[in-house]
Design a protein around this ligand. Structure first.
Ligand code: UGA
Length: 438
């Protein structure tokens, strides 16, 4: 199929390359000319394992092209909408201006019978509103909604082999048939591999996406709430998570207690969901998400308190090595990153923060130039009074406490991801603080 991908950020760049890998003829469009120039040269706008290889394969096959000229979309029978929906600067709701602008730009290129497939995470009701706009701007074009569940760091794998597909179709039967046929064709590869498929309406498709992320955020905050209880009772939340996780109705995944969730999705999605539910008169149904958010943010403060404690109450002038800046390993994304937030808070307390990360220094520096960034781990930790693990990259997870102990000035470690074995670190002479562990 001739496919357009409108918006070449985190989602769009990976999606465009995956569609080319499926054998489609793909044009990726973005208004950002620098991004397009980089993508044309095979350079991803983000660090994502496997993406450079996937982009190169698509570009050299001739099936993957990028353009900042919207006219180049013309002729695509199916256009994916993959622009961002960040949190509004002055509120909790999602900023839909990029989605609206993309629909307007796209509409001029559409022919009757063309299918537009929304993938951006949007408030429930957006697809119906956009479909009505398309009726005005591009009569005969059909809108479907196909939420995306890819995880950063696993985006290539999740795009090539999604664990489920959801097709949200328009209410009119003829349009629904047209959209479903186009979606089945574009996703023929994963469907042939028995990927579960849910065919539904717009509202369900939109709700599937936000509720999945709300559930994951709730699960993480649940275990972090248990960590808070563990802290006042002497219990160990990591053992608790193992024990309850063996119950397969609960499951161990997303029960990693620590500094909590960040990134470009979970935090803003739960806030936008609350805002939308309130507009719909059902604010109370998801009022618990305010607690989920609050628990999550409290864990950052708690880790900072541990660091202050390890520095005997006076962080001012002490050298603190912050290990990790990305919101999670295998990513260079620092949007709403607990790690970067903690580094900034410690800097604000007068600590001499040396922050390091295998991939996220450049993005962190753009947001917080005031921090002292160190490319090398050794450089960051040598002479430090305390180490703070906040992003559990393998480089930091598997440290040898004896070897690192030779480099630091003080053997103090705050483990924001409960990644270390406290007994081993203590045996090596370290003062250890985890979250929700004795
Ligand atoms: C999340 C969802 O997992 C994807 O399914 C979804 O498609 C995506 O949002 C999106 O909406 O685009 P992602 O933002 O890549 O994906 O991040 P996750 O892997 O879910 O991790 C989110 C945060 O939770 C990270 O900061 C991570 O460190 C934290 N986390 C995760 C924990 O604190 N504990 C855990 O046990 C698991």
């Amino acid at each position: 199929m001739r496919v357009a991908v409108v918006g070449c950020g985190y989602l769009g760049a990976v999606h465009a390359a995956a569609m080319a890998e499926f054998g489609h003829d793909v044009i990726g469009f973005d208004v950002d000319e620098r991004k397009i120039a980089a993508l044309r040269a095979g350079e991803p706008p983000i660090f994502e394992p496997g993406l450079p290889e996937l982009l190169s394969a698509g570009i050299s096959s001739g099936r993957l092209n990028f353009s900042s000229d919207v006219a180049d979309i013309a002729g695509a029978s199916l256009s994916f909408l993959t622009v961002g929906t960040p949190q509004l600067k002055d509120g909790r709701a999602a900023d839909l201006s990029y989605v609206d602008a993309a629909i307007t730009a796209l509409a001029g290129q559409l022919r009757p019978g063309d299918v537009v497939v929304g993938k951006s995470t949007v408030p429930i009701g957006t697809a119906a509103r956009l479909a009505a706009r398309l009726d005005d701007l591009a009569p005969g074009a059909v809108l479907a909604w196909n939420p995306e569940f890819l995880r950063e760091g696993w985006a290539v794998q999740d795009s090539l082999a999604p664990n489920r597909l959801v097709f949200g179709l328009p209410p009119a039967a003829d349009r629904a048939h047209l959209a479903e046929a186009a979606l089945r064709e574009v996703f023929a590869r994963p469907l042939a591999n028995d990927t579960p498929l849910i065919v539904t309406d717009y509202a369900t498709a939109e709700l599937v996406k936000v509720s999945a992320n709300a559930f994951l955020a709730t699960k993480i905050s649940f275990i972090n709430a248990m960590a808070e209880i563990a802290e006042v009772t002497g219990a160990d939340v990591t053992q608790l998570a193992d024990a309850i996780g063996y119950d397969d109705r609960i499951g161990r995944r997303y029960l990693g207690a620590g500094v909590g969730f960040g990134g470009g999705c979970l935090p803003k999605d739960i806030r936008a969901f609350r805002a939308r539910a309130e507009e719909l008169g059902r604010g109370e149904s998801v009022a618990f998400l305010a607690q989920v958010d609050a628990i999550n943010l409290r864990r950052r403060k708690r880790l900072v308190a541990h660091v202050i404690d390890l520095l005997d109450g006076t962080p001012h002038g002490k050298v603190v090595a912050v290990l990790g800046l990305a919101f999670k390993p295998q990513s260079d994304d620092v949007r709403d990153s607990p790690a970067l937030d903690i580094a900034v808070r410690l800097h604000g307390l007068g600590a001499v923060v040396r922050a390091t990360d295998p991939k996220a220094i450049e993005n962190s520096r753009a947001l917080h130039p005031q921090l002292d960034y160190r490319e090398s781990f050794e450089d960051a930790v040598t002479g430090a009074d305390a180490l703070v693990l906040v992003t559990e990259w393998d480089e930091y997870r598997y440290l040898d406490p004896d070897a690192v102990g030779e480099l630091v000035a003080g053997r103090n470690v705050a483990d924001g991801r409960n990644s270390y074995d406290p007994a081993r670190w203590r045996a090596a002479g370290w003062r250890y603080r985890g979250l929700g562990r004795p």
